[in-house]
Write a protein that binds this ligand. Sequence first.
Ligand SMILES: [Zn+2]
Length: 146
Amino acid sequence: MRDARHMIGGRPHADADSVRAAWDAHAARSVQLFGGFPNRPVAEGLDDRRKDVSAAAYVSDGRWVADCPVCAGGVAVWPHGMRDACCFDCGTLVSVSCPPASVVGAAVAVLRHRPTTNQHWVPGVESVDDLKAENLSRGYLFVEAV
Ligand SMILES: [Zn+2]
């Protein structure tokens, strides 16, 4: 499943520092090419991008994402790898919440039996048992771990 490590740059990033460096490079390019971010007024500047806002992680099309609480742009997240994420539409650095690692692992184990374009999960709305039932109803093989 793709996460923030896979959704910026041409190849996956090895760690959080590399992802953060890619965010900064993206911000610099946005300033150089466009004068800032598409959804951020130029008057706000770029120095203070971290805001006291949070977003909940979810899975869409096999990617870990969240919705930016400032501009509603899509944000790539890395559950349990990074507690923050960068919105590429407004540059805001967002705190990200996600379920416990054991729940994430159980959900990913179920979702990986689906085609990537059918891997969706909204934690707190759908349980892991809901995902299993959906797999069965759609004919996706799911083998319970023993
Ligand atoms: Zn945003």
